[in-house]
Design a protein around this ligand. Structure first.
Ligand code: ME8
Length: 515
């Protein structure tokens, strides 16, 4: 039996306190690209996203909107669902923490932790930030402009004193360090890994895992005065979606541990410290990878509700086009680094990389084939060294992309692919097929065949990033749905001479600023 290749990738589940903005779209997009890549590469993929609907922050937002929390979360969660279609996301599941399947899983992990002796009842007296849904110790706080104590994230904090269950996180420091050692790629990028390791080396305090001062959440099994800490509740979504507590289910068996939890750097600690500790304590396996990407600003400014500068992905799509936005977000900023949204950069990427480099390549080659080769793929003569080199570059790309995608190096994968696009443009100029029409039509046919074949490979490999546009190119080349997987990359899937061609239409229009 061939080895089953499975791939489980997750986004954070987003708080339903606010409408989705470009930051949320970014994380889910990165997962969508990775999920699509793996599907095309023959994997059985489970791509999960969803909404985090419990906790004080959501309860407060609902109250501010004058709605009961369930009505409020139903509405806001729908905004996140709507984004999926608008961004052409290919998630396999959408989880809401208010679903019955999740309450069951959250209470089950609680019981497992309790049975393992890792939970005890005490009192919490300390700082809490509702915005971050996080506890902070005195020495972590910073002073705001007016001398007020703030969380290190700049969020307001309040003093909380109440009965609370605690998780014995302090007992897990050494085991976590051993786990990071044994799994050097558990946290990427590496700089983030180093931050986490030094945080854990600094010693861990037990973690408060229940609250009694509000109601909107999962009740602690056996003591309903307590509501589970929203992060213990939320993190559990990753196993709820693979049928936990039924660890014998097929889904759990094939998809757990997850291959990648994609998160923003703001929530790395929850995923790389608390989550593996909870899992190990509950006798479950830790995920294979947590990748923490960077933070987007808007024209140099922090994106925030108060300044009203949040970028709505729907506005960007309306102005520039969906695949243009997808490409820009994945290409502009090295994945893992912080990035700044700038309109100038968005236009530049749309026009230079897409319209000029890839778009023109495909448009001018396919138009030449259409006009000069009876609208069908020409039969090639023997290939020259230049032809073979060109073809081979497009065939070799898949292995390079596999290596990059396995480390979430999405921008490096795109750089590698666009280097081949540039090579193909140089090849067109050097071979000048338009000049061969009269002098050597057979050679013209060979050159155009090589180029069409390179475009076929490039379009197949571009599907994860620009699915709609890549599909249009493959439609023009009359490639069936079955002929679009990565198993068709290379000579074995090469274009068949005589295949009729649809009239080529430009796929990546230039962006022209309206007057
Ligand atoms: O933290 N730049 O939810 P959240 C880049 N519910 N990414 C950004 C961003 C920006 N400016 N703004 C948001 C939560 N993000 C918890 C998660 S998971 C078990 C629970 C993205 O709605 C980024 O992925 O505050 C960040 O980690 C996430 O949205 C935070 O979403």
């Amino acid at each position: 039996m061939p080895e089953l290749k499975n791939y489980y990738i997750t986004t954070p589940i987003y708080y339903v306190n606010d409408a989705p903005h470009i930051g949320h779209a970014y994380t889910t997009l990165a997962c969508d690209v990775l999920a699509r890549f793996k599907r095309l590469d023959g994997y059985n993929v489970n791509f999960l996203t969803g909404t985090d609907e419990h906790g004080q922050k959501v309860e407060k937002s609902a109250a501010a909107a004058g709605k009961d929390p369930q009505t409020f979360t139903d509405e806001v969660s729908q905004n996140f669902r709507d984004l999926l279609g608008a961004m052409n996301f290919s998630n396999d599941d959408f989880i809401r923490t208010t679903e019955a399947r999740h309450t069951k899983a959250a209470q089950a992990i609680w019981k497992a932790l309790e049975e393992a002796g890792d939970i005890y009842l005490d009192n919490y007296a300390g700082w809490y930030s509702v915005r971050d849904e996080a506890f902070y110790s005195e020495d972590e706080l910073v002073k705001g402009a007016d001398g007020k104590k703030l969380a290190p994230t700049g969020a307001e904090v309040e003093w909380v004193e109440e009965p609370s269950y605690f998780f014995r996180l302090s007992a897990w420091g050494d085991k976590l360090l051993a786990f990071y050692d044994a799994n050097p790629d558990f946290i990427l990028p590496e700089t983030r890994r180093n931050e986490v390791v030094s945080f854990v080396r600094g010693g861990l305090r037990d973690l408060s895992v229940s609250r009694t001062s509000f109601n909107w959440g999962v009740p602690v099994p056996g003591n309903e005065d307590h509501i589970m800490y929203v992060w213990l509740d939320a993190l559990t979504n990753y196993i709820t979606a693979v049928d936990y507590p039924d660890t014998n289910s097929e889904k759990y068996q094939i998809f757990w541990p997850a291959d990648v939890h994609m998160v923003g750097k703001d929530i790395l600690r929850f995923h790389a410290v608390y989550w593996p500790a909870f899992l190990m304590a509950a006798g479950l396996e830790a995920p294979k990878r947590v990748f923490a990407h960077g933070w987007w600003t808007n024209e140099g400014e922090k994106i925030s509700k108060s300044t009203g500068n949040a970028i709505d992905p729907l506005d960007l799509i309306a102005e520039f086009g969906l695949d243009q936005v997808r490409y820009f977000l994945m290409r502009e900023v090295p994945f893992g680094n912080d990035g700044d949204y700038s309109r100038t950069a968005m236009i530049q990427r749309t026009n230079a990389d897409l319209a000029n480099d890839f778009g023109n390549l495909s448009q001018r080659v396919l138009s030449m084939v259409f006009k000069n080769c009876d609208a069908a793929i020409p039969a090639p003569q023997a290939f020259t060294d230049e032809d073979n080199t060109m073809l081979q570059q497009s065939y070799d790309l898949l292995d390079k992309l596999r290596t990059e995608y396995d480390r979430q190096g999405i921008h490096r994968a795109l750089e590698a692919q666009w280097r081949v696009v540039a090579e193909a443009n140089r090849y067109v100029d050097a071979q000048a097929p338009w000049g061969l029409k009269k002098t050597d039509p057979e050679r013209m046919g060979t050159v155009l065949y090589v180029l069409a074949e390179v475009i076929r490979n490039l379009a197949i490999l571009a599907q994860p990033i620009v699915p709609g546009s890549a599909a249009k190119i493959l439609d023009q080349l009359q490639q069936s749905e079955e002929a679009r997987g990565f198993d068709t990359i290379g000579a074995s899937g090469a274009l068949v001479a005589g295949t009729p061609l649809d009239k080529p239409e430009p796929v990546f229009p230039r962006f022209v600023e309206p007057d």
